[in-house]
Write a protein that binds this ligand. Structure first.
Ligand code: SF4
Length: 460
């Protein structure tokens, strides 16, 4: 069997799948050829280049069967929690209970891309008064109203306060349509006054102890709502065990990021790394399987590093990427232009940091909530990005704006200025809608220009 690491198209995957099967590939129950997802409507796969390993096949199949997994969980009598916005906290609490599955309805963000808008979720949102002046998370509204994707959760939570206007408005519209929401508040993280008691959060952000206490009391309300919903007590022991399980995922992701973003040549493409990082948020609705999927990716990555092989040229330009792309294809575009992703801040870096285990569990979770990069200032976010650029020795920064996103109006300029002045690396800001086909030449040219700039700098 030809085991050379490379990125392949879906047609390439048809052949590769047959080859792997013939060689005795052992798959989980959600396994199978990637082609079947296209037949189910995931048309964007036809335009992507994907990694050719069995580990990546498992990752893609895991991602693309999440809706089925949620429906199956409902059929098995499990309780379904829909967590909105907090990115990485409520699912840790929910998975600490038995018989509960949590997911992010906000993940519908990517449905218009993956289905190439054939699902018409954005049009449904338009009809509900949420037009394209909002970010693509408005697809969530369409998914709730049509009921054509995830099962409607029995409990919906949403963090409010220091969150984007988009999700805040869309969640309120959702509630007005008859989907009750348990709201909980997160204050805007501020720097402690000199005389004020303070706490150092994961990610090294300082915060006033009083703000941590406020979030802890809000999370206590979430805890009570989960207990009532699941008819179980969410004890300290259960929470501690749940945090330890979440950290198993986070530690594996930490190791994978270190390997994939440092090794030369690049052992795992940006697209698969983006999907892997997203598993930190709600474990793609199966926490145990997430660990297995990550273990296989780690094994493949280590194997490639040991063999000195990779998917891109050894001199690929090392790019730090800020914000998730609404169109997954753009991650391919960067690599086609001669770049590779070395460091990311996809709006949820706090969900990759281990949750403190030497602290009472509710305090630890409250600290994590306040470590969310979107809860503080853009300048704080930029400082963490500078730190990570240094760690991964990134040579350029791409800030990928999200169309309509309220936070994207100004933050790119602030982050770009701070990164330029502190690191001196070139910065490119682009806007990525759910489908980029019509603007591909422009995007490609801009990415190529960035890569060329770095190559010229290398020669100086
Ligand atoms: S505006 Fe940004 S933070 Fe808010 S939902 Fe959209 S992508 Fe997420």
């Amino acid at each position: 069997m030809n085991d050379i690491a490379k990125r392949i198209t879906l047609a390439g995957w048809d052949e590769r799948y047959a080859e792997l099967r013939a060689a005795g590939l052992d798959e989980p129950d959600y396994g199978g050829p990637l082609r079947r997802h296209v037949e189910d409507g995931d048309l964007r796969l036809l335009k992507l280049q994907m990694d050719n390993s069995a580990a990546s096949l498992r990752l893609w199949n895991f991602l693309l069967t999440e809706e089925q997994r949620l429906h199956q969980a409902r059929a098995e009598g499990k309780k379904i929690v829909g967590a909105m916005k907090d990115l990485g906290t409520v699912p840790v609490m929910a998975y600490s209970l038995g018989n509960v599955v949590a997911f992010y309805p906000d993940g519908a963000w990517w449905i218009p891309c993956v289905m190439q808008c054939s699902d018409h979720l954005l049009e449904v949102a338009d009809l509900l008064g949420i037009d394209d002046s909002f970010c693509p998370v408005r697809a969530m509204l369409g998914a709730f109203v049509t009921g054509a994707h995830f099962p409607i959760p029995g409990l919906l939570t949403c963090s409010v306060g220091a969150i984007c206007d988009d999700l805040s408005a869309i969640a309120q519209r959702l509630e007005s349509l008859g989907f009750p929401i348990m709201w909980w508040e997160v204050p805007h993280r501020r720097h402690p006054e000199p005389s004020e008691a303070s706490v150092t959060l994961p990610g090294n952000f300082p915060a006033p102890a009083s703000q941590v206490a406020l979030v802890r009391s809000e999370l206590q309300r979430v805890r009570q709502a989960l207990e009532t919903f699941a008819s179980q007590q969410l004890t300290e022991q259960r929470l501690s065990a749940g945090i330890a399980r979440a950290n198993q995922v986070r530690r594996r992701l930490g190791e994978l990021r270190q390997l994939a973003y440092r090794a030369e040549p690049c052992p795992l493409p940006a697209l698969e790394m983006l999907i892997a990082e997203m598993l930190a948020l709600h474990f793609c609705s199966d926490q145990n399987e997430t660990v297995e999927v990550l273990d296989e990716l780690l094994e493949e990555t280590k194997k490639r590093i040991l063999a000195g092989t990779g998917v891109l040229a050894a001199d690929a330009v090392r790019v730090f990427w800020v914000n998730p792309v609404a169109d997954l294809r753009v991650m391919n575009m960067l690599e086609d232009a001669g770049g590779r992703v070395c460091g990311t801040e996809y709006l949820f870096c706090h969900a990759l940091d281990p949750i403190p285990e030497d602290t009472p569990p509710m305090e630890a979770l409250a600290r994590m909530v306040l470590a969310d990069p979107m809860v503080g200032s853009a300048a704080d976010r930029a400082r963490r990005i500078c730190h990570d650029i240094d760690e991964f020795q990134s040579e350029a920064l791409v800030i990928s704006r999200i169309p309509g996103a309220s936070h994207c109006a100004m933050e790119g300029a602030i982050i770009g200025d701070i990164v330029r002045s502190k690191t001196g690396i070139p910065v490119l800001e682009i806007e990525v809608p759910p489908i980029t086909d019509s603007m591909e030449p422009t995007l490609r040219t801009r990415l190529e220009a960035l890569i060329e700039t770095v190559r010229n700098r290398r020669q100086q």
